[in-house]
Each structure stands twice: as structure tokens, then as C-alpha cells.
Design a protein around this ligand. Structure first.
Ligand code: TGC
Ligand code: FAD
Length: 388
């Protein structure tokens, strides 16, 4: 209910439409029922439960802000609010939805042929087919322009060779959007699982984003017809255009991880008694809580502002960088500070803040590191690109 959440100090909820609030509430309930009871087990086991995919599809969360082909076609703000609630559960869950909808599906929706859209989008929207997005390579992360993966012509076909690293859903995906260098610059290709020469491996021993599958894609002379190329994708701007979509979702999502951490710390501070008083009654604890609530609420306002800009078709890449930079680093600082309030209890999976903090280490790095987003903002301010 609007106005009743003590963490919503500025009543950001009051700025939402009824429909936006309903969507947010639906996702919040889904996370409470289907995610919270199990997320610690998934995190500990290092798995993402694939069976959630059709449930996410049924809720309309996959490719949620895209039109047609079985997608829900909601506003950007509604999509952001869904990301917020999912990431309040776990960043791994939001990652799954980001990669499926904003990277894999968006690449097909924006740059694909009609046949590619018909073949993949309805099944991906339903969660029956899983996608991934292969841009990063072992030797090229922040600098994808210099990628080594090559696609060369052989008659009417293409031959792809290269390795993609750190790919969310990489080893469980039914189809991979793979970016490769060609004679004419960077192009995108759809590589279905099972194509000869295409294999994947799951990356183990992660300390972060454990409730998410991260893989490596190996392409060893993979032969593809020209119909597997995304016809409208030309140059590095094409994958970067997809990143803008996913980065937008993270601006909201990271605020969800922060909110969930703060809720856990606030509840704990009110019930934990030391020196004969709840620790919430000590000034040092209140200073932490107040600073964190200010950080969270400014993040929420920033997210909503950027969402309204996106819905108006007016958002610019450097504004997305402002949002991702601010909201992820704020969320990470909040999650860590919340852990201190929990004391020793904060170091197990019984409480969420340290799990969120560990996850947010990945979120700080993927979709453009905080340093890269700093330089994007620096470029917007000065006109000088300081990347190279
Ligand atoms: P630069 O010369 O600046 O740009 C090349 C072309 O791209 C255009 N462009 C964009 N287009 C759309 N959206 C954006 N955000 C764009 N940024 C740039 C630009 O206008 C240019 O177009 P044109 O027509 O002139 O060619 O390229 P650069 O090589 O100097 O690189 C710039 C830089 C460093 C900002 C870029 O390379 C970058 O963003 N690097 C970070 C890489 C990154 O974010 N990788 C993420 C991989 S995917 C992932 O992490 C998924 S995790 C998801 C999950 O699990 O949730
Ligand atoms: P590097 O680029 O080697 O950077 C190392 C350090 O150097 C960073 O601090 C960086 O900021 C700094 N640095 C680099 N260049 C500069 C510069 N010019 N100025 C100042 N500092 C600089 N990628 C995909 O394509 N698809 C996915 O689905 C995907 N999922 C991921 C999931 C997880 C869990 C993780 C951890 C990563 C994922 N990534 C994915 C990869 C992610 O996008 C990259 O890790 C990220 O872009 C950084 O690249 P890198 O790890 O190679 O680090």
C-alpha cells in the first residue's frame, strides 16, 4: 500500500501509476513465494533453477518491455520495477531476466530478420527457450572493439571461431547471440545449441552471483548459413545498444538488492538487544540506517527519473551510465554496511545482505565496470574519450 513502507521515505511509490504498482506487487509476491524460501540453497549450491523460466514467462517478465511476438510490451518503468523486485530476491534472478529479455531477445527483436523473430521470440518470451549474449572474451572485456572472435565467409556460409567468457546462461542456453569481427566490422550471429563446433563450459568456484549460471562459449569453426546473421546489426554500436537496455534494468535492480538489505538490517536492529537496549536505539546505528535510507531513496528517484526519460524516448547512454554507476555503488555500500549491523549473524546465508553484497561485486563489474561508466560520464562532461 502506498505511503506505508518506512523505507520509502520520499514516497516514490506515490509517483507510480496504478498499473505500475500492480506489476511491482505481482513480482514482489512471486519473489516472496517462489524465490525467498529457496534462494539461500540455490546460492550455496551454485545453481539457477531452470524450471523458473516458464514461470517468469507466464508472468510476462521475459522480454517484458518489447512489443509483439508474445512479449508483454510494458513501459520501461514497469520493466524496471520488475527488475527491482527480482533483484530484491537475488541479483542472479534479475540477471537471468536481463540477459534473456534485454540482451538475447532484444538483439533479435532489434536487429533480427522476421524469420529469426518468429523462430525465437515467442518461445523465449514463454521461457521455453533460453538465450545468452556473448560479447566478452578472455582477453577483451571492457574493450570489446578489439574482440578476437572472427566470422569469415565460405561461399554463402559463415565460419565462426573464437571464445566468449563470463557469459550468463552460456552453458544452459538454447541459442547464443554471438558477436564477431568480420571484414566489414562487428556483426551478430544466432548460434543454436548443438551446432557442430559449438561447445560450452560452466565456470565454477564463483564467490559472487552464485544463483546464476556463468559459462564460456567455445566456437571452433562453427559453420552457419547467412540466415543466422542478424541482418540489421552493423558495428559495435549494435551490441552496445543491447547493453543500454540491460544497464537500464540494473539501475532499478540494484536498488532492490539495497532495499532488501536495508530491510533485513532494520528488522534486526529493532530486535537485537545489547547493553539493555535494541541496537536500533544507538546513535551510531541510526546514523548508518539514516545514511543508507537517504542513499536508497535517491537511487529510487534517479531510477524513476531515468525510466520516465526512457519511456519518453529521450534517454542518452551517458545518463544510463550515471544511473548504473551511482545505483550499483550505492547498493554495494548499503549491503556491506547492513552486514555490519547484523554482526556475526550477518555472515551466513540466513540473512541476505552479504549475499547481496557478494552479488553486487559482479554487478559493479558487468555491463560496463564502474571505471568505464566513470569515463563515459567524463567524456560527456569534457568531450575527451579517456578509454584508450
Ligand atoms: P565507441 O567508438 O565509443 O563506440 C562505438 C560505436 O557504438 C556507439 N555507442 C553506443 N551505441 C548505443 N548504446 C551505447 N551505450 C553506445 N556507446 C557507444 C558509438 O556511437 C559508436 O557508433 P559509430 O556508429 O560511431 O561506430 O567505442 P569504444 O571502442 O571507444 O568503446 C566505448 C566503451 C568503452 C564505452 C565500450 O566499449 C563499453 O561500453 N565497454 C564496456 C563493455 C561492456 O559493458 N561489456 C558488457 C558485456 S555484456 C554483460 O556484461 C552482461 S552481464 C548481464 C547479466 O548477467 O545481468
Ligand atoms: P577488464 O576489462 O580486464 O578490466 C579489469 C579492470 O581494469 C577493471 O577494474 C576495469 O574497470 C579496468 N579498466 C579496463 N579498461 C580501463 C580503462 N580504459 N580505464 C580505466 N580502467 C580500466 N559478458 C558478456 O558478454 N555476456 C554476459 O552475459 C556476461 N555475464 C557476466 C556475468 C558475470 C557474473 C560476470 C562477472 C561478468 C559477465 N560478463 C558478461 C562479462 C563482463 O561484462 C566483463 O567482466 C566486464 O565487461 C569487464 O571485463 P573484464 O572482466 O575482462 O575486465
Amino acid at each position: 500500500t502506498p505511503g506505508t513502507d518506512p523505507l520509502d521515505l520520499l514516497d516514490v511509490t506515490g509517483l507510480l501509476s496504478d498499473e505500475e504498482r500492480q506489476i511491482q506487487e505481482t513480482v514482489r509476491r512471486f519473489v516472496a513465494d517462489r524465490v525467498r524460501p529457496h534462494v539461500a540453497e540455490w546460492f550455496e549450491a551454485g545453481t539457477f533453477p531452470r524450471e523458473l523460466a516458464p514461470e517468469l514467462g507466464k508472468l510476462g517478465l521475459l522480454g517484458m518491455h518489447l512489443d509483439g511476438y508474445g512479449c508483454a510490451g510494458t513501459s520501461a518503468v514497469a520493466y524496471g520495477l520488475a527488475c527491482l523486485e527480482l533483484e530484491a530476491g537475488d541479483s542472479g534472478l534479475r540477471s537471468f531476466v536481463s540477459v534473456q529479455g534485454s540482451l538475447a531477445m532484444f538483439s533479435i527483436w532489434k536487429y533480427g530478420s522476421e524469420e529469426q523473430k518468429q523462430e525465437w521470440l515467442p518461445r523465449m518470451a514463454a521461457g521455453e527457450a533460453i538465450g545468452c549474449f556473448g560479447l566478452t572474451e578472455p582477453d577483451f572485456g571492457s574493450d570489446p572493439a578489439n574482440m578476437r572472435t572472427r566470422a569469415t565467409r565460405d561461399g554463402g556460409d559463415w565460419i565462426l571461431t573464437g571464445t566468449k567468457m563470463w557469459i550468463t546462461n552460456g552453458s544452459i542456453a538454447d541459442v547464443a547471440t554471438v558477436w564477431a569481427q568480420t571484414e566489414d566490422g562487428i556483426r551478430g550471429f544466432l548460434v543454436p545449441r548443438g551446432t557442430p563446433g559449438f561447445t560450452s563450459r560452466t565456470i565454477k568456484q564463483k564467490l559472487s552471483l552464485r544463483a546464476s549460471i556463468t559459462g564460456e562459449l567455445i566456437l571452433d569453426e562453427v559453420r552457419l548459413p547467412d540466415s543466422a546473421r542478424l541482418p540489421e546489426a552493423r558495428g559495435l554500436g549494435a551490441p552496445l545498444g543491447c547493453l543500454s537496455e540491460a544497464r537500464f534494468g540494473i539501475i532499478f535492480g540494484s536498488a532492490g538488492a539495497a532495499r532488501d538489505s536495508l530491510r533485513a538490517a532494520l528488522d534486526y536492529a529493532n530486535s537485537r538487544v545489547q547493553f539493555g537496549r535494541p541496537i536500533a536505539a544507538f546513535q551510531l546505528t541510526q546514523e548508518k540506517l539514516a545514511n543508507m535510507a537517504v542513499g536508497l531513496n535517491t537511487s529510487l528517484l534517479l531510477a524513476l527519473h531515468l525510466g520516465r526519460l526512457k519511456d519518453a524516448g529521450a534517454i542518452k547512454p551517458h545518463q544510463i551510465s550515471v544511473g548504473k554507476l551511482n545505483n550499483v555503488r550505492t547498493a554495494l555500500a548499503i549491503a556491506r554496511e547492513c552486514r555490519t549491523i547484523l554482526g556475526g549473524s550477518g555472515i551466513t546465508l540466513e540473512y541476505s545482505p552479504l549475499r547481496h553484497a557478494n552479488n553486487l561485486e559482479s554487478v559493479l563489474t558487468y555491463e560496463g565496470t564502474s571505471e568505464i561508466h566513470t569515463l563515459v560520464v567524463g567524456q560527456a562532461l569534457t568531450g575527451h574519450a579517456a578509454f584508450r
